[in-house]
Design a protein around this ligand. Structure first.
Ligand SMILES: [Zn+2]
Length: 219
């Protein structure tokens, strides 16, 4: 088994394109609950969150999800031995193998780092999996894309960065502007609740110049 083959087994999921999410919000604002579009967006976010949660487990607990077994619908965890002389990761089930260094390189700088938002990504996985209506699915999507990373050290209650950039294509500034714009559509009440939380936490992180300061004082 070559390194090339091992790398080919790793397929990190893509982020959702903005145009598709915008279409979802436009539909919802018009009272249209398009199941196909909702499931398409929802599954993309779901697989993305799942990858992020798996990477978190690899980084924090030293348990790597075997990508080849995963592609075959079977979950196998490979224990990562953190010693200098430790050999490569190797799956006892399918024989997939790769050094930790090469594996780590496959997700570096791809906005797959769980940072301080892993709880929110986990919550989405369970909310979306148990959602029985289009409305419940959209609400779960709306909540998770408007989440924030929290600094786990000095100020655990202070949001540091919008987590949407892990789930939506684009640079942080563009994603923040996009999230602010769609949350301002004429949405159902519970989604307006998301907007209030989003705006107050955004203020605690940074407030981009190009966003209008609407909603001050509870508006
Ligand atoms: Zn395997």
């Amino acid at each position: 088994v070559t390194v090339h083959d091992s790398r080919r087994d790793i397929r990190w999921s893509p982020r959702v394109p903005k145009w598709k999410l915008r279409r979802l919000y436009e539909h919802v604002a018009r009272g249209l609950w398009d199941d196909e579009l909702i499931d398409d967006v929802g599954m993309t976010v779901y697989i993305r969150c799942r990858d992020i949660v798996n990477i978190h487990r690899a980084l924090r607990e030293g348990k790597v999800t075997c990508p080849r077994c995963d592609a075959r619908g079977r979950e196998t965890l490979i224990n990562r031995i953190r010693r200098k002389d430790a050999g490569p990761l190797r799956c006892a089930v399918c024989d997939w193998s790769m050094t930790w260094r090469d594996y780590h390189r496959t997700f570096k700088r791809r906005q797959l780092n769980p940072g301080g938002a892993v709880a929110a990504f986990r919550r989405f996985l369970s909310e979306f999996a148990s959602a029985r209506s289009a409305q419940a699915k959209v609400l779960a999507i709306d909540r998770v894309i408007h989440e924030f990373h929290y600094s786990l050290r000095q100020e655990p209650g202070r949001p540091t960065r919008a987590a949407g950039v892990n789930l939506i294509s684009g640079k942080l500034g563009d994603v923040v502007a996009f999230l602010d714009a769609v949350s301002g559509f004429a949405l159902p009440e519970e989604m307006r609740e998301t907007r209030r939380g989003w705006r107050s936490r955004l203020r605690a992180t940074y407030w981009p110049d190009h966003l209008e300061a609407e909603g001050e004082g509870g508006g």
